[in-house]
Design a protein around this ligand. Sequence first.
Ligand code: SAH
Length: 213
Amino acid sequence: MKDTFKHKGKRQQLAAIVEAKGVKDKKVLEAIKNIPRHLFMDSSFEDHAYQDKAFPIAADQTISQPYTVAFQSELLEIKKGETILEIGTGSGYQTAVLCELGAKVYSIERQQELYKKTKLFLSKIGYRPKFLSFGDGYKGLPEYAPFDKIIVTAGAPFVPKALLSQLKVGGRMVIPVGDNVQVMTLYIRKSAKEFEKREYGDFRFVPLLEDKN
Ligand code: SAH
């Protein structure tokens, strides 16, 4: 597993592309510059790692597009030390971004193959999420709730009630909602019963599926 000057240079360019598309959060851009995205995908596809594109990984899943990862991360307004629940660990790239932002990350993946592979890989390259779980993200992680922030990285046909209930008052959840196309949606918990909802345009994700596999 090599990370060279060439890779680092390409990451600078990738961060510049993401910035040009409208992401302003310096810490998020810094995370993109720091994380060796090529190591999160099969080495034969290394050439694709620093393009601003989603790409296939194991178990018919994808590593999200860097712009999308950055956009969702920015919407969460993450502060150091906050607890974050991620649904859809996948390759672990978004998990690594959250770790770089200083968050305490809890992440759930429903594909056992990916869960095992990513758990090993993240520790190998030095990222230490608090807890990686093999399970169904629709249920969240009630035993570790409430969370400051929640991020869903698969397309949800509806907003799971369990996730909203695991958000702290004042907390934020970003979730792409829809079937074929998803609307990026932000929920801000105003009180025990009140949520403010904001929408940020169309994105495309692999589906959030029920149960684990
Ligand atoms: N954050 C990932 C994106 C992976 S794609 C990355 O940066 O690579 C979305 C992931 O969500 C897939 O790995 C998929 O298996 C997972 N997923 C789908 N439905 C899920 C569910 N109900 N619970 C947990 N993970 C789920």
